[in-house]
Design a protein around this ligand. Sequence first.
Ligand SMILES: [Zn+2]
Length: 488
Amino acid sequence: MNKLAAFAITALVLAGCATPSPERQAIDAAAAALGGADRINSLKVLTIQGSGVAPLIGQNRMPDDELPVWKVSEYTRTTDLAQRRTRVRQLREAQFLFAGETVQRQTQGLDGNVAYNVGGDGSATRATDAAARDRRSELLHHPVTAVRAALGSGAMLSNVRTDAGMQLVDITTADGDKVTLGLDAGTHLPASVTSTADNANMGDVTVATTFSDYEDVNGVKLPRHLTTRMDKYVQLDLQVSKNAVDGDAADLAIPEAVKSAPAPTPPAVVVTAEPIDKGIWWLAGSGNHRSIVFEFDDHLVLYEVPLNEARSKAVIDKARTLSAKPLTMAIVSHHHFDHSGGLRVAVAEGLTIVTQRSNEAFFKDLLARKHTIVPDALQKMPREAMFQFVDDQATLKDAAMEVQLYHLIDNPREGTNLIAYLPKQRILVQADLYDSTWLQHPWGDNVLANLARRNLKVDRDVPVHGGVEPFPQMVKTIKAHQAAPGTK
Ligand SMILES: [Zn+2]
């Protein structure tokens, strides 16, 4: 090799070392736009105060309606960047008819890998590992935390690309968390952070936070508007009234009471079967979502596959022990997520889904979704769904059993609700019309009007929520708590 060639090779090697990857260049430009890598790395505490709205997913009146919202009137997030501690305190007020506490004060925290919640009385309890994972991921949904993680020594950067005028870079943090950072092509400021997560109803979802309206705070650019969406649904739209850096974070450490507590595991699913009448069982047990089994001549029908796969599979298994007749149908009372969480496992188990017609597109979409992050029964064993849609009313009847199904009309919260009525036994089977434990019954009038309109003579209420009660007791409770204070 001559001298010139050796020099050329040395120059090439040096150039290779000196030129950062396109990913690194993008992150460096983002850090510079925010105030510089040194400034970002020297920050100790971020405090965000503001207000906004937090829509409630899976609880709208119709599947395509706007979501009901909590108004978040006070919001403060304090994050200790070095210790990886964060805490959100908020006051939220229901802007929709709600049977529980309509004004709630919440405190949720994370210290390292341990999540905790503080109750209204100030007592702290440890939250689940799943909550800790979500909050750890949430922590990266901010320009400073995301860029700082990307600058970290163990971080891996990959797949720089341009999409819709934004430069995107995939980041795997030193702790193994994965996010995609979106940078404004002009200003290089972070415009979004995106990650993936599992949702029991929706399966694989994209959680994306967008940032805008940047301001300068002590040499760091911070956004005054943050919006987090899960797929198309807004989860939190936050207007920041005050961004502050390096404030006090002394009380962010995990509360003493939580330090040594083990992470709570999901409570065991218990399903009991209480005979209500000949060929009718009420499946209760753990939790406050019950199901009802009806025995026909040659098959069984289940009313409600609630919550999630674990609860609904246990309910389906229990129903199958009650008789040698095959379980063939599941009536899904309405589309709210806590009532349709067993839709996919019911289809996987070969049950025909009986539901109100307005749920068709929404349910078909839920059934078509991918559940690869936490594979569920339908993901593992895909199966064609069978449906029986009810418009205004339908009757399931043979010599052994008659169940009438009625669409609940003009209810302000429940647009797709199907109630069941057993004319021989004068039993009402319902979800969300009435629960004896509710604080108030804001749509009680509508419930009684629906029963009158259908001319249903009811002796007993056999509910999804609450206890089995004589009908006169139900009417009395509704009338006593109809206009309770706090009801909107
Ligand atoms: Zn409910």
